[in-house]
Design a protein around this ligand. Structure first.
Ligand code: PA5
Length: 480
């Protein structure tokens, strides 16, 4: 039986939130919380719960992500078939998208494929294409480098065939649209009239330039639902199409989210991991901890931190409020950020993300020379050293009265990732409601765009050009 249909297996994969090191009994009175502090927020949380479950809070028109774990098997099968078709006809898949239109799939790619996936033979990639993420920056170097990997004429060999997945809800985001123009041109050059077989669009059902182009050129399209915002869209075709292309079991991913949805149904803060996470962050923020570090104890999960950075920063950083999220990978960044987290200003909460069991664990063996003096590690696995490092670090922080909490994934797989995506999405909305802000919009992201577009000469932004040209100009005096 498939794992995600087996209740015992699912329960063995349950994520755990361990907040012991947030509490007074471990980190002391000065910075610690006690249960009464947490329960004192029950009223506020009940209002947030009501707004959330009855979809009547701020930005409720974008709460469609809550229902995504209920997506039907037919829809998932269809996505898988499309991904199989892409894999059968191409060995390079170019994923174009930015922000919420790529960070989720990038997380899935980095965490669920081999670190050197693109260097593996096609056979070792199980006949799935190599994957490249573009359209996520205005970057002439990386675009040029990727174009250089592509053929200029119709390839004979499968290794040179490429497909493009272009993902944009608005259909007009400049980074993605610009890259798409360049890669589409190459597809036209190489495949001529048949180029439409090699391009797939994920966009709005009716609006936007990308939708117009897809219809005109006959590209296969998938829809991002109106009621799902970009950074909450990993379980729509935005994340599912690329994930299925590089071989992730998308049924298992969605099953993981569904499992977490059940865990997060209870209005009781002491039972609901998303509500507890939101409350702990909210309380800490109110007490001056306005920075939150996500310490990821696994290199391949680093992108989860970037996905969360966006979710948290864009959802909660508004109206002059919001903690500042950032991502570190440990033990790597204990050698850089570690100093400040241990002894710097007392304004940070650390959330450790730890994977309990690694498929590739390595056991250390002693040798007769012991030239490096490492024989004391004989018989220890790298994973157990990592776990020891995390416990040691948490203790060192706790001794200095600094709060941490752990989110533990029993294993790194599609099911646990589905859980963690969904956990953080719910926690973010609830935290936003507790802060009395709209966690679903991003008005600040629009502010720079009008001046950038006016500056670039976009007709409909002309009205901002005068203001921009008349801005206070830099003085020589302040240039060294
Ligand atoms: O969360 C968001 O809404 C944003 O990060 C968007 O996902 C991002 O700006 C990309 O937008 P689009 O999908 O319209 O190209």
């Amino acid at each position: 039986m498939t794992n995600y249909l087996n209740e015992n297996w699912k329960n063995s994969m349950r994520l755990k939130l361990d907040y012991n090191n947030m509490m007074t009994r471990i980190i002391g009175e000065k910075n610690g919380l006690n249960i009464d502090d947490i329960l004192s927020l029950s009223d506020l949380l009940n209002i947030a719960h009501d707004d959330f479950t009855n979809k009547k809070g701020k930005g409720n028109e974008f709460l469609g992500f809550l229902d995504l774990p209920e997506v039907s098997n037919e829809i998932l099968d269809d996505i898988k078939n499309t991904a199989d078709d892409i894999s059968n006809k191409s060995d390079i898949f170019i994923n174009l998208g930015i922000g919420g239109s790529y960070l989720g799939s990038k997380t899935l790619f980095d965490s669920l494929t081999s670190t050197y996936y693109n260097e593996l033979s096609r056979e070792k990639r199980k006949n799935r294409p190599r994957v490249y993420f573009e359209g996520n920056n205005l970057d002439c170097d990386s675009i040029t480098d990727l174009l250089e990997l592509l053929p200029n004429t119709k390839p004979e060999k499968i290794e040179e065939h490429f497909s493009i997945g272009v993902i944009s809800k608005s259909g007009g985001t400049i980074e993605t649209a610009l890259a798409f123009r360049l890669f589409q041109d190459r597809a036209k050059e190489v495949y001529g009239k048949e180029h439409n077989n090699y391009i797939l669009a994920v966009t709005d059902k009716a609006n936007g330039k990308l939708k117009e182009i897809a219809d005109k050129e006959g590209y296969k399209s998938y829809v991002i639902p109106d009621n799902v915002g970009g950074r909450y869209s990993v379980l729509t075709p935005v994340g599912l199409i690329p994930a299925a292309v590089f071989g992730v079991d998308i049924h298992e991913l969605v099953a993981g989210a569904k499992y977490m949805k059940e865990l997060c149904k209870s209005p009781n803060i002491l039972e609901n991991p998303a509500y507890m996470y939101a409350t702990l962050q909210y309380l800490s923020y109110k007490r001056g901890r306005n920075i939150s570090a996500m310490a990821i104890w696994s290199k391949s999960l680093e992108s989860l931190g970037f996905w969360y950075d966006q979710l948290s920063a864009e959802s909660l950083g508004k109206d002059g409020k919001g903690r500042v999220p950032f991502t570190i990978v440990d033990t790597r960044d204990l050698h850089s950020r570690g100093q400040e987290l241990q002894e710097g200003e007392e304004n940070t909460v650390v959330t450790n993300i730890f994977v309990e069991k690694s498929v590739n664990d390595i056991t250390f063996k002693s040798n007769s020379e012991n030239a490096d003096g490492l024989n004391y590690l004989d018989g220890k696995s790298i994973k157990s050293m990592l776990s020891g490092a995390m416990e040691g670090t948490n203790y060192a922080y706790a001794k200095a009265n600094r709060p941490t909490m752990n989110i533990v994934l029993p294993e790194l797989n599609a099911f646990t990732l589905g859980q963690i995506f969904y956990l953080f999405e719910i926690a973010t909305v609830i935290e936003g409601y507790m802060m009395n802000i709209n966690p679903m919009d991003q008005p600040g992201v629009e502010a720079y765009k009008k001046f950038m577009f006016a500056n670039l000469g976009r007709e409909d932004m002309k009205k901002y050009k005068d203001e921009f040209d008349n801005r206070v100009k830099p003085e020589e005096e302040f240039l060294i």
